[in-house]
Design a protein around this ligand. Structure first.
Ligand code: SAM
Length: 226
């Protein structure tokens, strides 16, 4: 009997996204291979903002590198009042996020959110444009491991002294393997990069995780040393 479509293994981001070709991100978006896209803000982000007890900023600027459709970006703008900028390199994601931002602004004109077609690694704002809050969900696991050191130096350059970096450490699989989605991570992979410039002020398993994240994530917040 001929193989049926439902018998075919589902494509995963690691089958499409290649470390030496950033245009493969657009391919993943065009093929709809976007399992990271929850269609809503992450519950762990909501916990960080609403019930962590942390003194997160309520004015200033926030950055979401690799923001995808922008659900988390829009949530941060709505919930904190910060002016939020998302960075993306995939046209399809940019179109989707722009549309969602427009819809959110139509409902609430006090939302300040935008998206820019820019590579995180070459993003170089002036000192006065540094951010009060930066948020990473599934961006760190999306970048090739040899670029992680630069991710750390970029975060130190982009977060203002005294500013915050919220990291959803996901997906945590044991044992560690360098196989995707697109790259696996361990909590300690962030530590070695951030500890020289940031103090860790929260590290916990979130009270509520989205179904795909149950038992596979930690909510970690870092404060940039002055
Ligand atoms: C795994 S997805 C996560 C999207 C989003 N953070 C979310 O949680 O829904 C990673 C995103 O980062 C984008 N991306 C990859 N490398 C990038 C880079 N160097 N600069 C900016 N965006 C990048 C990809 O296009 C993709 O949309």
């Amino acid at each position: 009997m001929a193989a049926q479509p439902q018998d075919q293994p589902q494509l995963q981001p690691k089958d499409i996204v290649k470390p030496d070709d950033q245009s493969t991100w657009e391919t993943a978006w065009q093929k709809g291979v976007t399992p990271w896209d929850a269609g809503d803000a992450q519950p762990s982000l909501k916990e960080a903002v609403k019930s962590s007890g942390l003194d997160l900023p309520s004015s200033g600027r926030a950055l979401v590198p690799g923001c995808g459709s922008g659900y988390d970006l829009i949530y941060i703008a709505q919930a904190t009042g910060l002016s939020c900028l998302g960075l993306e390199i995939a046209e399809t994601a940019i179109k989707k996020a722009s549309q969602l931002i427009d819809e959110a602004k139509a409902k609430n004109s006090n939302i300040f959110a935008s998206i820019s077609n820019q590579d995180f690694f070459t993003f170089n704002p002036s000192e006065s444009e540094r951010f009060d809050l930066v948020y990473d969900h599934t961006f760190f696991c999306a970048i090739p491991p040899p670029t992680r050191k630069t991710w750390g130096t970029q975060m130190a350059a982009l977060v203002k002294p005294g500013g915050h970096l919220i990291v959803i450490v996901y997906p945590i699989f044991s044992p560690y393997t360098p196989e995707g989605p697109p790259y696996y991570i361990r909590p300690e992979h962030y530590e070695e990069l951030l500890a020289p410039n940031f103090e860790k002020i929260l590290d916990k398993v979130p009270e509520v995780s989205s179904p795909s994240h149950v038992d596979k994530e930690r909510l970690v917040v870092w404060k940039r040393r002055v």
